[in-house]
Design a protein around this ligand. Sequence first.
Ligand SMILES: Cc1cc2nc3c(=O)[nH]c(=O)nc-3n(C[C@H](O)[C@H](O)[C@H](O)COP(=O)(O)OP(=O)(O)OC[C@H]3O[C@@H](n4cnc5c(N)ncnc54)[C@H](O)[C@@H]3O)c2cc1C
Ligand code: SF4
Length: 329
Amino acid sequence: MQPDQLVDINRLPLRQIETLPDGRLRIGALVTNTELARHSIVRTDYPVLSQALLAGASTQLRNKATTGGNVMQRVRCNYFRDGVSPCNKREPGSGCSAIGGHNRSVHAVLGTSAQCIASHPSDMCVAMTAIGARVTVQGPNGSREIDFGEFHLLPGDTPWKEHALQPHELITHVTLDAPPEGSRSGYLKLRDRASYQFALASSAVIVVMNGPRIREARIAMGGVGTKPWRAREAEALLVGQSASMDVFAHAASVAFRDGRALYGESHPRPVAISRAAVSFLRPMMVERSISRSESPWRIRTRTCRYWYISNFLFKPPSGANACRQSSGW
Ligand SMILES: Cc1cc2nc3c(=O)[nH]c(=O)nc-3n(C[C@H](O)[C@H](O)[C@H](O)COP(=O)(O)OP(=O)(O)OC[C@H]3O[C@@H](n4cnc5c(N)ncnc54)[C@H](O)[C@@H]3O)c2cc1C
Ligand code: SF4
């Protein structure tokens, strides 16, 4: 990219985090990822967001990365970045090197098209998708609001169009919905390294319990979708159910029913989907352990990740170790 002009927006007054009278939280576009993650209200009322932010990039990057910039970071893969491989996003009509190529890590299984399969890279946006939010933008025609779930676009036939901003529009704020009363939330990210790495799969889960049963569930997934992915069908079937492994497993399989795995030569068959499904289950297990006053560690040690995969979801390919490379566990 070679822009004709660069505009420095850093001196705009968009660094505040404020609670609105209706209980929502308004975040200025220039609030850094570190400031947002460490803010007392975010830590208390939106732990899923704080955890997601702290799982992203590195300390140095989070100190500089802004809320607006993270929402706007490009959906891309290594072929896009190498500058020479055919890539429909960089050069429309040239083809997609990832389809049939190396597509193990930053490639999606949900929302893909024949044009592009790159997964959305943001952790913060996954948490915001689960929470529910509005993006406020300012442009030549004034200010308008966009629902967070509609801000990022699917690649379809135009993978270079990634968001709903019009030319000359600027994000000024992201406003989070008030957290559901009595909710608990968590974010889990699986990746190749414990830090400084994009998600192979992640999930943001918000749950409200009514005794042993789930009253409300909100689930969003990262690393597996071409945009931050809300799993509404899975949410709906959890409502009214007791928190059990069978229920979680069913919800996970529903969430990935439309998943389409692509197998590059270095990508064993169902690894992307199985990892994502496991990551989807884990925060629910943590929630369950809290509701039973058990430690998450006990839950974690007595249930094996292979057991999740092979018994509930997909059989790992013979000879392949689906979880070997995951450092998130
Ligand atoms: C090595 C590396 C690893 C990373 N790992 C992760 C990760 O694991 N998880 C994760 O979530 N993120 C990750 N990131 C992304 C990082 O956290 C930043 O969010 C991202 O680099 C954007 O940086 P920035 O906020 O400084 O935005 P900029 O680089 O300043 O801007 C990014 C784009 O957004 C546009 N933009 C910025 N602000 C606005 C606005 N207010 N309105 C409209 N357009 C705007 C800019 O014009 C530009 O096109 C990683 C980044 C790097 C370089
Ligand atoms: S997945 Fe998307 S970004 Fe990657 S090569 Fe294909 S078109 Fe380009």
